[in-house]
Every structure is written in structure tokens, then in C-alpha cells.
Design a protein around this ligand. Structure first.
Ligand SMILES: Cc1ncc(COP(=O)(O)O)c(C=O)c1O
Length: 375
């Protein structure tokens, strides 16, 4: 079945009891069992699993072409569960440009679990190979492509081949692309991670995270056990909202991408814009790789405003339709000066604004950007 069809139907069997086409939300925290704990319908306690979450996990696994999925209360809960289940003494390679949360997790928390991290330029296969061959090597590699917020593109198949040849596992944050545009498991990744808070939910109203595993193997069992014990599960209502959102994911992504392409073209020729980071532009250094591994180029972009930090803040402050807000992947277009929200040690350039292109009419968005940049 094609992706658009899977998105509409996976995990969507009509309710067995009533025939309802929309799935019921099971809010029960506990399920009846026999006197010796015998399960009657597969469920026991909500921290381990529940029928609404099961449906979502079935749909997520189908969309990423994985064997199994685990849903979490947030993207960070998913990321943390996976990375903290690496054995103590492991070395993890992470990208130079990546979501701030990963950087903070790597610096402040993973060392307590005996996990060492090293930042590597993932867009440079030779640098990754060198890191894998140095010292005691690496046990796992984390990719984020396109990356947040600089839209760097990594060749997933190339890094997967390097990882395989050195016995390391490859994990990929697919939040920006979504499976509608890119399926890392088909390119050799072992696990895909999502902040479903973004495009899966799609409406800026539900938080969640997910891991999708290429195989239902020991790694899957270890992380499932960790989630059960440490409790980073998704609430049933949030599972339901996420499932509802993903039904329209491929359709929304087409519109998001078409809008982003037009906006990238507009910004690329604007005198106030020093540079545009969008993999769909032929001038982007990762364009060829993105064209090979993505169906379309996504709806996240960032741009650098000529005149530095002050000019970037002035432009962001002049927008009328586009909101200044964090997060991404919703119907509404959002802009953010990332350096202002990355904590004490920001890594984003001070003149950079990140744009999550929404589903409005693109001419209205371009008009708003044009007036904001006209100062
Ligand atoms: C690429 C990426 N990964 C992970 C996360 C973390 O997800 P959450 O906010 O759902 O915990 C984010 C959040 O912005 C993100 O942009």
C-alpha cells in the first residue's frame, strides 16, 4: 500500500464492538485480569500500554516501514529512553548542528549513565569514518537530517554503511522530514525517532514522541522495558489526537512543501537576506543528497538577515501574520530567533531566523515577510 493510504488506514480498523470508524479513546488506567494476573485482552496497566496507544504505534510502524514502534510523552522522552538504554561505557556520535535538547542531554545527562558523546560533522563521511576508527570507536551514531536549525543534510545510506561496517547502530531523528518525505529505516537506520508534537500532531495542540524500530529485537525490548518502568508513556488522549493528526500527514506535507519552496525562492533573492538554508534550493550544499533520499524538501527553512542580530530581531518583530513562537510543524507559520532561546550557550548564528512554513496561502506569507524585511 502507498504511504497516503497507510496514513489514512493503518491502525484504523473500525471498533470491534460498535463499528465506529473513528477509534474510541480508552482512558482506562487498568484492565481486568484473572486471579493470578492472567491478561484477558492483552493489557494490564496503562504505563505499559493501552489500546489507543497500540493503534498509534501500529500506524507509526507502518508509515516508517518498521517492525515495531513505541510512543512516548514527548520527543525528548523518546530520545532519552533510547540513548539511556545504551550500555554504560558506550560512545555516541552526534551531529554538529542538531536540536538543542540533544546537545543538552549529551552534555548534562548522558555522562551520568556512562555514555560519552562526541560531536561530528555528519555531512562529511570521511569525518564520520575517522571518528568511528579513532580510539575505541563508537557504538551508535545519531543523525538529524535535515537538521535543526541550519538544515544541514546528511547522506543516511552512506552513514548507515559506515556504521554497519564498524558494528555501530544508526539512530535518526526524522522529525523535520517525516516519513511522508524520508524513511531512514529503508536506508539502513536501526531506529527512527520523532517528536510527534510537530508534523504528526500537525495542529500545535498535542505533545508526543516516538521510536520506530527496524526489527523487534533486543534493543526494542530493552527500551520498551525502560518505558514501562520509568513511565515516559503517552496519555491515551494524546495518542488519539496524534493518530487523528497523522491521517492527513502526507496531504499536509505536500502543501507545506509547496509553500516552503516558494518562500525559499522569495528569500533567496531578497537584498535583506544574506543566506537561505533550504535543501530544495539548487544552491544548497546538500541539495543532491536531499533530492536522492527525500520525496520533497520539507517545510522548515532558516535564513540569515543582512545586518546581524539586531536586523534579525527587527525583522522578526515586524511580522504581523507570522507568529514568533517556538516549535514547528503546525498549520500556522512560525518564526524563531533560535539563538535567543537556546539557553546560556547558544550555537545558532545570531543573525539566523528559523521558519516553520504552515498551510496559509503562500502569497499572504510572502507579503508578510516582504513588509517585515522592508526597513
Ligand atoms: C528535531 C527535533 N527533535 C526533537 C525534539 C524534541 O521534541 P519534543 O519537544 O516533543 O520533546 C524537537 C523539538 O523541537 C525537534 O525539533
Amino acid at each position: 500500500m502507498r504511504l497516503e493510504t497507510l496514513a489514512v488506514h493503518a491502525g484504523g480498523e473500525p471498533d470491534a464492538e460498535t463499528g465506529a470508524i473513528a477509534p474510541p479513546i480508552h482512558l482506562a488506567t487498568t484492565f481486568r485480569h484473572g486471579p493470578a494476573g492472567e491478561r484477558q485482552a492483552g493489557f494490564e496497566y496503562v504505563r505499559e500500554g493501552n489500546p489507543t496507544q497500540d493503534r498509534l504505534e501500529t500506524a507509526l510502524a507502518a508509515l516508517e516501514q518498521g517492525a515495531a514502534a513505541l510512543a512516548f510523552g514527548s520527543g525528548m522522552a523518546a530520545m532519552t529512553a533510547l540513548l539511556e538504554s545504551l550500555p554504560a561505557g558506550s560512545t555516541l556520535l552526534i551531529p554538529l548542528d542538531c536540536y538543542t535538547g540533544l546537545r543538552v542531554l549529551a552534555e548534562e545527562f548522558l555522562p551520568h549513565s556512562g555514555i560519552r558523546t562526541q560531536r561530528v560533522d555528519m555531512t562529511d563521511s570521511a569525518a564520520v569514518a575517522a571518528a568511528l576508527d579513532a580510539g575505541t570507536g563508537a557504538d551508535a551514531i545519531w543523525l538529524e537530517t535535515p537538521s535543526n536549525p541550519q538544515l544541514q543534510v546528511t547522506d543516511i545510506a552512506a552513514i548507515a554503511a559506515l556504521a554497519r561496517s564498524r558494528g555501530a547502530r544508526l539512530f535518526c531523528d526524522n522529525t523535520f522530514a517525516t516519513p511522508a518525505l524520508q524513511q531512514p529505516l529503508t536506508l539502513g537506520a536501526a531506529v527512527v525517532m520523532h517528536s510527534t508534537t510537530k508534523y504528526f500532531g500537525g495542529h500545535s495542540d498535542v505533545m508526543g514522541g516516538a521510536l520506530v524500530f527496524a526489527r523487534r529485537d533486543d534493543d526494542y525490548e530493552r527500551v520498551a522495558h525502560r518505558r514501562h518502568v520509568t513511565g515516559g508513556v503517552l496519555a491515551p488522549f494524546n495518542a488519539w489526537l496524534t493518530l487523528r493528526g497523522l491521517r492527513s500527514l502526507p496531504a499536509r506535507m505536500s502543501w507545506h512543501c509547496a509553500n516552503a519552496r516558494r518562500i525559499a525562492d522569495f528569500l533567496a533573492t531578497h537584498a535583506r537576506v544574506a543566506a537561505v538554508n533550504y535543501p530544495g534550493l539548487a544552491t544548497h550544499v546538500g541539495h543532491a543528497v536531499a533530492a536522492r533520499q527525500m520525496r520533497d524538501f520539507g517545510a522548515m527553512l532558516s535564513f540569515r538577515v543582512a545586518g546581524g542580530r539586531d536586523a534579525a530581531l527587527t525583522a522578526a518583530g515586524r511580522l504581523r501574520l507570522i507568529h514568533n513562537a517556538t516549535s514547528l510543524g503546525g498549520c500556522e507559520t512560525l518564526i524563531e530567533h533560535r539563538a535567543s532561546v537556546e539557553g546560556a550557550h547558544p550555537t545558532s548564528p545570531q543573525d539566523l531566523l528559523r521558519l516553520s512554513v504552515g498551510l496559509e496561502h503562500v502569497d499572504d506569507l510572502i507579503a508578510d515577510l516582504a513588509q517585515a524585511l522592508d526597513f
